[in-house]
Design a protein around this ligand. Structure first.
Ligand code: ADE
Ligand code: ZN
Length: 349
């Protein structure tokens, strides 16, 4: 066990920023800032339903997941060319580097783009080129996870997986996102079985707004390796025990949960309780351009609201690294860096 020394309260935020960490739940389309949306709209001749950046930002007042998704899909309509996908991901990587993200696993929604006539090649090759440049220029290890839209039929998901297969080497896994309630995981059991047979990692959004039964279904029917969100697990004691026993990681997104009214206030968030109970929780940003903060903002605001300490910071960063789909060698290297970072902070106190 690595011993975490106390850190002075006024230095906790600096530690949160400096510690190496992984981001495992980021929809790359959700990192598209209004400024970039308007720039791309202009260069691509796309009409937006907002007069300017300020009007667009003013509309970011959400009441639930669906109210956000409607705007999120509208924002993504400006993405047409390979360079657009590259520019979007690159803007995210620059922010991630500032937050000391060493590993990023990016969700992308091909159906949002192919349905508008954008070629799969433009989507995957643009994102993939940005991932390669993130490694060489920013020392961020990055990979892609292809997400299926659960508000569409499973047949669409199967066709999407098929259409993406020429680029099989460019993504490491599949996920399930979009409108949760009414679209349970078991509806996608065939496409997930196919993805697993192809050697892809599998994750799914479950228990963001939906019931604990959806988390059970993601685990048992889809056989996922991580649950995205999963905060509703707290209402099912047997599920909590299962998550602790199997150390199934949850990719929790506190500012997203706040903005989508899953919790009324950040101080009501159950991340601290989950951590205390021994669940393998991680902190992530989800859709940072829409929810008011990138990864470090999520850490800083959650730590302030829940009064978390350096011990929790270490645990959350370590969980993020261990729960990633990086190689054992990479994980070992980042865990070493993480320990050195904490030692550096305790020596300065
Ligand atoms: N797509 C983008 N963000 C999402 C979220 N928080 N839940 C479900 N689908 C999403
Ligand atoms: Zn999400």
């Amino acid at each position: 066990m690595f011993k975490v020394h106390a850190v002075a309260p006024n230095r906790l935020n600096a530690l949160l920023k400096a510690m190496p960490k992984a981001e495992l739940h980021i929809h790359i389309e959700g990192s598209l800032e209004p400024e970039l949306i308007f720039k791309m709209a202009e260069r691509n001749g796309v009409q937006l339903p907002f007069a300017d950046v300020a009007a667009m930002r003013a509309a970011y007042a959400f009441t639930d997941l669906q109210s956000f998704l409607d705007l999120y899909y509208a924002g993504a309509s400006v993405l047409l060319h390979e360079q657009d996908f590259y520019d979007m991901a690159w803007a995210y990587f620059e922010k991630a580097a500032a937050d000391h993200v060493v590993r990023a696993e990016l969700f992308f929604d091909p159906q949002t783009h192919t349905a508008r006539g954008v070629p799969m090649a433009a989507v995957i090759e643009g994102l993939s080129r940005a991932c390669r440049d993130a490694q060489t220029a920013l020392n961020i290890s990055a990979d892609l996870i292809l997400c299926f839209l659960r508000h569409l039929p499973e047949a669409d998901a199967l066709a999407t997986l098929e259409a993406a297969l020429p680029w099989r080497a460019h993504f490491i896994g599949v996920g399930l996102d979009s409108s949760e309630v009414g679209n349970p995981p078991e509806n996608f059991s065939r496409v997930f079985a196919k993805a697993r047979a192809l050697g892809l990692h599998v994750v799914a959004h479950a228990g963001e707004e939906g019931p604990p039964a959806y988390i059970w279904s993601a685990l048992q029917e889809l056989q996922v390796e991580r649950i995205d969100h999963g905060v509703q697990a707290i209402h099912d004691a047997a599920l909590m025990a299962h998550l602790v026993k199997h150390q199934t990681p949850l990719t929790v997104c506190p500012l997203s949960n706040l903005k989508l009214c899953v919790f009324k206030q950040l101080s009501d968030h159950n991340l601290g309780q989950m951590l205390e109970a021994g669940v393998c929780v991680t902190i992530n940003s989800d859709d940072p351009a829409y929810f008011g903060g990138y990864l470090n903002d999520n850490y800083v605001q959650t730590f302030a609201a829940l009064h978390l300490d350096a011990q929790s910071a270490y645990k959350l960063a370590a969980n993020s690294i261990e729960a990633s789909f990086a190689t054992l060698e990479q994980k070992h290297h980042w865990m070493h860096q993480l320990k050195q970072c904490f030692q550096g902070f305790s020596e300065q106190d």
